[in-house]
Ligand binder design. Structure first.
Ligand SMILES: [Ca+2]
Ligand SMILES: [Ca+2]
Length: 178
């Protein structure tokens, strides 16, 4: 009796370890990135020069705090934390969508994806909303809710990757927050 229980236990344990092993092999770690700074009410701060003329569009700054470059092509940016699959960053131009270690990437939230791979299909709501970045399989990487936004004032992490957030009267799109 004891012996058959031991055998059963050993078989069960082996199966559990195998399933766990396969799970960990298949499941890559979600890379570490931050939504570092956003602007939802841009009238003169910082022009998007990818259109025919300068456009003062909303933007979202992503920060890569790690030691390796990360390509965000294939990842999703969403305005709804319960619906991660918002807008998928195209995988077609990794030179543009790769963030260097300690680097920043600016996504224009201008509703003009035809202007390039760094242009989202939606604009930000200056009355406040959620903004987040999600991994290809829908797992959350980072995101936060922001409140009502004043003209040409950005909002983001007090320093790059900080837990605390604040308004910035001098926005730093694509550069270190200060
Ligand atoms: Ca634009
Ligand atoms: Ca910045």
């Amino acid at each position: 009796m004891t012996r058959s229980l031991n055998v059963f236990g050993l078989v069960a344990l082996t199966i559990i370890l195998m399933v766990a092993g396969i799970y960990f092999i298949l499941k890559e770690d979600v890379p570490k990135l931050y939504i570092n700074e956003i602007m939802a009410n841009n009238s003169s701060c910082c022009p998007d020069r990818d259109g025919e003329k300068d456009e003062f569009d909303d933007w979202v700054e992503i920060y890569n705090p790690g030691a390796i470059a990360i390509d965000i092509g294939g990842m999703w940016v969403s305005q709804d934390k319960n619906k991660p699959l918002g807008y998928q960053i195209p995988k077609t131009n990794s030179a543009l969508t790769t963030i260097q270690p300690g680097g920043f990437l600016l996504l224009w939230a201008d509703g003009s994806p035809e202007q390039g791979v760094l242009h989202l299909k939606f604009k930000l709501d200056d009355r406040g909303e959620f903004i987040g970045i999600f991994y290809e399989d829908g797992r959350k990487i980072d995101g936060f809710k922001f409140g009502s936004q004043r003209e040409n004032i950005s909002y983001g992490r007090s320093y790059d990757g900080s837990k605390t957030r604040q308004e910035f009267s001098v926005p730093t799109p694509g550069k270190s927050n200060q």
